[in-house]
Design a protein around this ligand. Structure first.
Ligand SMILES: [Zn+2]
Length: 72
């Protein structure tokens, strides 16, 4: 995993935002491996779909989300 994707996933974890759909994750509902650098998701569906994507596609999407939430 490229360093940047890992950093973005950590950032979104901190902000409680799902890296796949960009929605806020409801309290106590985070889905993931428990490893922050692998991300936390709002549902098992998002988790599965996220990891079905090609690495390049994922990194771009996550970077976009992190950027959007940095501005808001
Ligand atoms: Zn989601």
């Amino acid at each position: 995993m490229p360093k940047s994707e890992r950093d973005y996933l950590l950032e979104l974890w901190t902000k409680n935002v799902c890296p796949h759909c960009g929605k806020a994750i409801p309290e106590g509902r985070r889905v993931g491996t428990g490893d922050k650098s692998k991300g936390g998701f709002c549902s098992l569906d998002c988790y599965t779909r996220y990891y079905e994507q090609e690495l390049k596609e994922r990194a771009r999407r996550v970077a976009g989300l992190a950027e959007r939430h940095r501005k808001s």
